[in-house]
Design a protein around this ligand. Structure first.
Ligand SMILES: [Zn+2]
Length: 608
């Protein structure tokens, strides 16, 4: 490892003209990189939550660095900031449900403990007769499975009631399929498409979180779903169920069999009026973009832009629901040194290196915000690009590149162009990493936006770790020596792309997983998969303190090969298997610790 590093230094030395000693150069880059990471990850920037004062301070810092290296605002722009608006959160602004039984006086429920809008609800009113539509699940015909909660039901202009989650007692295969369509957004879409005016969700007595209203989840959608939708408590729902003359427990039990022939029913003699009020808080985030113009005319150059980018936003104090902090660390600053001050520093280092070189193409330097909230910044950029994206030869992304261990570096999205594997191999002769190449571009980072926009792209990643999305992701845990090498490897790739007459051809990679209703995932295991792993099975990058995995004795480095009788060969098998588990029901886990095969029992908990 060290030897390879020394080799890279020696070769690079022959390319440099000047008097500065090479070790001096490397040390200078390393100390500057360290300063970038330490500054971005400092308490002062408060975790760089999109739209927050900390994000603005981080943008200012990046801009001052861009100016220092002589980078320019993009053509036609005067500023380095590219703002985008997003929904920073939703609040219930007072939702009410009025239930009227024929001949009785109306009963109105309000207050978050009784009735609460779903985050994606329209702010509007809907009233009408009520239809109970079981779990409200519709499996698309293409799945050849035959499950439609609305079969034979007329819900046009009515309010549908659906159970949260999916049938509790169905066999594993059925549960696995239905789980994919159990996301409430998906259920709302199905109801709306069948003409329903509103949707009420009840968490059945036989389900986890029985009788509780659904927490108003973080939802970044700017618009509502075109439906009035709310969840109601068991107590409030009792007034509706009473009209049906049935017990909800008995009704749910029938649906829980998973038998597709158990039908829903209209509840006679009753009308409800649902007035949902969702307050969406709009905020502005800022991408920071700049470029180093080509130093020779680009006329006749195929695709005259090359882009390198990294998100610079992080989780703030972790309030948006994507923090993995334990109870004892709740509300602390999430420093995000690896995620993703490391990638931001790398983009700055690449910019620095090329600011002193001849350039045959323009080099775009991008710092995205809103990544942690769902790739919002990069998505805004590709949706309204400042120049046609056909002119972009390639996009290189860096997200969590500061924790190189054992010389291993993962490069993902290599399937987006046939030329990547060869190019990476060539550039790596100098850098000397043990590269792990993964073709799949459908990664939870900004590379996804560029893949969608048909730009040949790559993303660099050094693996998940214990501090992932926790306050402890701090600058002192970064491997600066190897972080600099990641930048050197990437610069080698950029250099080759710049000097090549041709540009990479984009190849579309088919998506392997059906992400249809993945958000239906409702259980919590406390495992942190190592997404970069190549091993057969699921390598754990860590476990969440106090979570079910830790309680089961699992630890970082273990490789899960079987769970609840399902063999696991990769991350897709694992996420699929999770959908088959039941909350509170122990599942047998077979795993490898080193070369030793072990067994334990993991009891999944409920995700709130
Ligand atoms: Zn992250």
């Amino acid at each position: 490892m060290k030897y390879r590093h020394l080799l890279s230094v020696t070769i690079a030395a022959t390319c440099l003209v000047g008097t500065a000693s090479l070790s001096g150069q490397t040390t200078a880059v390393q100390s500057r990189t360290k300063t970038h990471v330490e500054t971005l990850a400092s308490d002062k920037f408060e975790g760089r939550l999109t739209g927050s004062p900390g994000e603005k301070l981080a943008a200012d810092y990046i801009i001052s660095e861009l100016k220092r290296m002589g980078a320019k605002p993009l053509p036609g722009m005067t500023d380095f900031r590219m703002p985008f608006t997003f929904t920073a959160g939703s609040k219930d602004g007072g939702t009410t449900l009025t239930v009227t039984r024929t001949g009785a006086s109306p009963q109105t429920f309000s207050g978050a403990a009784s009735v609460q809008a779903l985050a994606f609800s329209d702010t509007s009113e809907a009233s009408g007769p009520v239809v109970f539509a079981g779990y409200g699940l519709v499996v698309p015909e293409a799945q050849n499975f035959g499950y439609d909660s609305y079969a034979g039901l007329d819900v046009k202009d009515k309010i549908v009631v659906v159970l949260r989650y999916f049938p509790e007692d169905a066999d594993q295969k059925t549960r696995g399929i239905l789980a994919r369509y159990a996301d409430l957004r998906y259920k709302a879409q199905a109801a709306r498409q069948r003409g329903a005016k509103g949707m009420l969700v009840i968490t059945g007595p036989r389900s986890p979180n029985a009788g509780a209203v659904v927490p108003m989840s973080f939802d970044t959608a700017i618009a509502g779903s075109g439906l009035v939708a709310a969840s109601v408590s068991g107590d409030a729902f009792a007034s509706i169920m009473a009209a049906a003359g049935k017990s909800l427990d008995a009704v749910q039990k029938e649906f829980d069999s998973g038998n597709p022939h158990v039908a829903g029913f209209a509840i006679p003699g009753i009308t409800v009026s649902l007035k949902a009020n969702v307050i969406r808080q709009q905020q502005t985030g800022n991408n920071v973009v700049a470029y180093l113009p080509a130093t020779t005319p680009t006329t006749g150059v195929a695709k005259p832009w090359i882009a390198v980018g990294a998100h610079y936003d992080h989780l703030g104090r972790g309030g948006a629901g994507n923090s993995l902090a334990g109870k004892d660390e709740a509300n602390q600053i999430h420093h995000g040194a690896d995620d993703n001050a490391s990638g931001s520093a790398t983009v700055l280092a690449i910019g620095d290196a090329f600011s002193k070189q001849a350039r045959k193409r323009n080099l775009l330097l991008a710092f995205w915000s809103g990544e942690e909230l769902g790739l919002l910044g990069s998505n805004a950029f590709v949706t309204k690009p400042p120049f046609p994206l056909e002119n972009m030869a390639a996009y290189l992304n860096f997200d969590m590149v500061g924790r190189v261990a054992d010389n291993k570096l993962t490069v993902q999205a290599t399937g987006t162009s046939a030329m990547w594997p060869k190019l990476l191999e060539q550039a790596n002769i100098v850098a000397g990493f043990d590269l792990v190449l993964q073709e799949d571009p459908y990664q939870p980072t900004d590379v996804g936006s560029f893949n969608t926009a048909s730009v040949a792209c790559l993303t660099f990643f050094t693996g998940a770790h214990q501090e992932y999305h926790k306050p402890g992701d701090t600058a002192d845990k970064i491997n600066y020596e190897d972080l600099v090498r990641v930048g050197e490897l990437a610069s080698g790739i950029v250099k080759r792309l710049m000097d090549s007459a041709e540009a990479p051809q984009f190849t579309k990679v088919e998506q392997k997983t059906d992400t249809g209703g993945r958000a239906g995932l409702r259980l919590f295991t406390g495992t942190i998969p190592d997404y970069a792993s190549e091993v057969k099975g699921l390598l754990l990058g860590g476990v969440i303190g106090g979570g079910p995995a830790e309680q089961a004795g699992l630890a970082k480095g273990d490789v899960i090969v079987e769970i609840a009788g399902q063999s696991i060969t990769n991350i897709y098998d694992y996420t699929y298997a999770l959908e088959l588990l039941k909350i509170g029901q122990p599942a047998k886990v077979v795993y490898m610790r080193g070369s030793e095969k072990r067994e334990t029992t993991l009891t999944p908990a409920a995700r709130k």
